[in-house]
Design a protein around this ligand. Structure first.
Ligand SMILES: Nc1ncnc2c1ncn2[C@@H]1O[C@H](COP(=O)(O)OP(=O)(O)OP(=O)(O)O)[C@@H](O)[C@H]1O
Length: 257
């Protein structure tokens, strides 16, 4: 199994506040990996660094075994697509136009027939085709979120780096999207996603990582949910419920100390 992303001894501070402390982690190619952790733990900071949006870190980051510092801006687009936690829409582009902007790194500003065909396929796959001609700033939060994921797929990067992709989505769409992400990881994408819902994460992802106190922790086998780690990270108890021969991990709500 090859590493898509390998991070060694990563350190990062905002002013004098250390957030990432000699952090080590590797995310495996063509897997759906989830990063869990408490609010303010440093997950978005880690993703922004990997996406090349935050400088001033110490340590080593390799993307497909190539040092990130040697990867040019142009080389980055086909490698990493980043979905940030927050979106700002200044222009009232339609959903179709927003998706097409995902190709600008490749096609410039001229739209090819193949780009439009790709956009149509993605809109159908994500069930947003009916929104094709609607301005993005007139969509609901969930519809905007799915549109931005569609834009990322237009970029067609090897790694999808997603900061809370299920944000704003209703429960049906949360499961629908998780199924898609799982599918993408079997179709040549490496999916690495921050999530706040362990129950959902454990139903769909391949590998689990826990950011806690500036470090990323994993079970010896990252595909096995680690209840002890989970409880230590969130400082609360979890229970396992078995239904139809499947385990569901639910937060029990009881504080541990
Ligand atoms: N631009 C910034 N300047 C100063 N401090 C920041 C900045 N961005 C984040 N922080 C701080 O760094 C810490 C980590 O923030 P980060 O957004 O990475 O956490 P997170 O794990 O993604 O949180 P959440 O789950 O709430 O999104 C927090 O204490 C936050 O207040």
């Amino acid at each position: 199994m090859k590493n898509a992303i390998e991070i060694n001894n990563l350190e990062f501070s905002y002013s004098d506040k250390p957030v990432l402390k000699k952090l080590n982690v590797s995310f495996i190619e063509n897997k759906f990996s989830v990063l869990l952790g408490i609010n303010g733990g440093g997950k978005s900071t880690l993703f922004k660094i990997i996406a090349g949006l935050l400088k001033g870190y110490r340590g080593e980051i390799k993307i497909f075994n190539k040092n990130m510092e040697t990867i040019s801006f142009k080389e980055r687009a086909p490698l990493i697509g980043f979905l940030p936690q927050f979106h700002q829409f200044v222009f009232s582009f339609t959903v179709n136009e927003v998706l097409l902007t995902g190709r600008t790194a490749f096609s410039g500003f001229s739209v090819k027939d193949s780009d439009q065909e790709m956009a149509e396929e993605i809109m159908k796959d994500l069930s947003i085709y009916h929104l094709k001609d609607k301005p993005i700033n007139q969509l609901s939060g969930g519809e905007q979120q799915i549109t931005m994921i569609g834009r990322l797929l237009m970029q067609n990067p090897k790694i999808l780096l997603l900061d809370e992709p299920t944000n704003h989505l209703d429960v049906y769409y949360q499961h629908h999207l998780m199924e898609k992400l799982k599918k993408y990881s079997t179709q040549g994408f490496t999916v690495v996603s921050i999530m706040h819902n362990p129950t959902l994460a454990f139903q769909y992802a391949d590998h689990y990582y826990y950011l806690h106190d500036g470090h990323v922790h994993t079970a010896e086998d990252p595909s096995v949910p680690d209840l002890n780690l989970l409880e230590a990270v969130y400082n609360m108890s979890f229970v396992v419920i078995n239904k139809n021969e499947k385990d569901f991990i639910l937060p029990f709500g009881e504080k541990l100390d």
